[in-house]
Design a protein around this ligand. Structure first.
Ligand code: KG4
Ligand code: ZN
Length: 347
């Protein structure tokens, strides 16, 4: 028998994603994004995102099936992000997945968005080593996880206590007059700047903070430090060196992320580090993680940028793993849970 064909639906934020996989093979990853509609507000507007998911759902499903060369009736199982995320946005995906599961008479798996960011790497780099460490950094989350089995056992080691890493990129970009979402623009601007031009603070790295928050992150102090620095420049009538600010800010974020992730690796004795989420697309983060990890004997896995940002393939990947490992499907009254804890991988 051939491996199961699994369709995954992602609607936790502003991307409507439908992915189709067969086993660990990616067949289609269709995405419709409402990011343009949020740009003028400088952040995702939940009501706008929900409406956009509704409009995009059926066309995106059609596109995924067409790309994969399959019919909906060929699908063996449906997976959907049940949380965490924006409540109204999640509901659209969950409702669509239930309709498909009932209509096709196929099992439904309501899965965790964060665990999906981990599982997606299997499509590119093969089975996950167990255990492995995962650093998930995006606009909505920043966490360090110990992953024993991505279908059952994901344990949080640390998380942000204020802004997410991507949120910090977006806010600093705004300060510098760069468009939303800011991460890719900072990344680009930083390429021509100096990462040591300004010594921005590294959150939660003092000895005292490490006692209580060894593997936690904080980016709001850094954001404020950048704002103060830029304001002082503007007050003095001097031009703001955008490239230098971008490079120095980016260095501060990446330094803390990599330092803490490798500290966790050394402490737990885990030698495989996976980095995922939108910020994992950052060129400096990828380069810094690879060079520093090599020094301490840790292997780094980072999916290609298109699989780091939110997508349907990641949900299909985790769903496929659920099927392969014989996990019990979700019930049809599966709720959307905006604050689904990371430890709850399958609902
Ligand atoms: O995973 P994602 O698509 O959505 C969320 O779940 O939030 O991540 C989006 C975030 C945004 O904050 C965006 O600015 C950031 O990822 N991002 C980047 C880069 N590309 C996207 N941050 C830094 N460097 C990048 N190259
Ligand atoms: Zn995400």
């Amino acid at each position: 028998m051939s491996e199961p064909l699994v369709l995954g639906i992602e609607t936790s934020c502003d991307e409507t994603g439908v992915g189709i996989v067969r086993g660990h093979t990616l067949l289609a990853d269709a995405i419709a994004s409402s990011v343009e509609e949020h740009a003028r507000f400088g952040g995702v507007v939940p009501e706008v995102a929900s409406r956009a998911h509704l409009e995009a759902m059926v066309p995106t499903l059609d596109r995924a099936c067409e790309t994969a060369g399959v019919r909906l009736s060929d699908v063996d199982a449906i997976a959907v992000t049940s949380g965490p995320g924006l409540a109204g946005a999640l509901l659209v995906g969950v409702a669509a997945a239930k309709a498909l599961a009932v209509g096709l008479g196929k099992p439904l798996y309501g899965v965790n968005h964060l665990a999906s960011h981990v599982a997606v790497d299997q499509l590119e780099h093969g089975p996950l080593p167990d255990p492995c460490l995962a650093l998930l950094v995006s606009g909505g989350h920043s966490s360090l996880l110990r992953v024993e089995d991505v279908t059952t056992t994901v344990e949080p080691l640390g998380a942000t206590i204020d802004d997410a890493a991507g949120e910090a990129f977006d806010k600093v970009a705004r300060l510098l007059g760069l468009p939303f979402p800011g991460g890719p623009h900072i990344d680009r601007a930083a390429a021509s700047g100096s990462s040591v031009a300004i010594d921005f603070p590294r959150g939660l790295t003092s000895r005292r903070d490490l006692e209580r928050h060894r593997f936690d992150f904080s980016f709001s102090g850094l954001k404020t430090a950048v704002a103060r620095w830029v304001e002082a420049r503007e007050r003095s009538g001097e031009p703001v060196p955008v490239a230098d600010v971008a490079a120095s800010f980016q260095e501060a974020v990446c330094d803390v992320l990599v330092r803490k992730a490798l500290d966790a690796a050394t402490t737990t004795g885990i030698t495989d580090l996976l980095i995922g989420g939108g910020v994992a697309a950052n060129s400096r983060l990828r380069a810094m993680a690879e060079s520093r990890a090599a020094e301490v004997g840790v292997r780094v896995r980072v999916p290609r940028p298109g699989l780091c940002t939110d997508n349907g393939a990641m949900v299909a990947a985790l769903g496929s793993e659920m099927v392969a490992r014989g996990r019990t499907p979700s019930s049809l009254d599966l709720p959307a849970d905006s604050s689904q804890p990371v430890t709850s991988v399958l609902v």
